[in-house]
Design a protein around this ligand. Structure first.
Ligand code: SF4
Length: 216
């Protein structure tokens, strides 16, 4: 675990209480998502893939939409992509359990096609509510489609990655989707660079926070 995590002096009971409250809020939102029919993907889904992880995670990981394995299991980032994501998170010092993982869309687009504009418009409120509950310090955005959707542009991933970007009050780091790295292992070097960028940023945030606390 990285030292910036839980560096705000909030240990023990107080964190447990906040974690329990956040879990309950997420469970309430999940119940709402399970019966959501706000777009046509409700008709073809097997499961709503809501998200999972630490309800007070300091890092949220966001992909574009569930694939076939996620649709079948109801869990985000399973299968080979998920295993690779777990490995890169571990290499950067984070376990899957201490981040919060979800997608922009909660239901699988048929044939894994890209999300459509009306699907994104329909599903974005769920993502925003999840983020308001978890309140991560940093968001790791996986893949060009997710990055283009969040930043509402059509830039290449090469033009977006390599720097922190602000979105709705969150600090975001964009990198390759694990499926892209599985297809092209040469992307691993840049992937590691992006993870380092995110880790360095987290540590800077932790240092600033500690300095503020020491002043008070
Ligand atoms: S993708 Fe989102 S908006 Fe569409 S049905 Fe599923 S939960 Fe509802």
């Amino acid at each position: 675990m990285h030292s910036f995590l839980f560096s705000n002096g909030e240990h023990g009971l107080h964190r447990e209480e906040r974690s329990s409250a956040s879990s309950q809020e997420l469970a309430r939102l999940f119940d709402k998502a399970k019966v959501c029919r706000n777009c046509s993907l409700a008709a073809s889904r097997l499961n709503v893939v809501f998200g999972e992880g630490d309800p007070l995670a300091e890092i949220a990981v966001i992909g574009e939409a569930p694939g076939a394995e996620e649709d079948a299991s109801g869990r985000p980032f399973t299968g080979r992509s998920g295993q690779l994501l777990d490995k890169i998170l571990e290499a950067a010092g984070f376990s899957r359990q201490e981040v919060y993982i979800c997608n922009i869309l909660k239901c699988r687009p048929p044939g894994n096609r890209n999300p459509l504009k009306d699907e994104i418009r329909s599903c974005m409120p769920l993502l925003l509510e999840q983020l308001q509950i978890v309140r991560p310090k940093v968001i790791l955005i996986l893949g060009k489609v997710a990055a283009n959707t969040i930043f509402e542009n059509s830039l290449s991933l090469g033009a977006i990655r390599g720097k922190m970007k602000a979105w709705r009050g969150f600090d975001c780091c964009c990198t390759f989707h694990p499926a892209a790295v599985l297809r092209n292992p040469r992307l691993k070097k840049e992937w590691m660079e992006d993870m380092q960028l995110m880790t360095d940023h987290c540590e800077t945030l932790g240092r600033k926070k500690n300095a503020r606390e020491n002043e008070n």
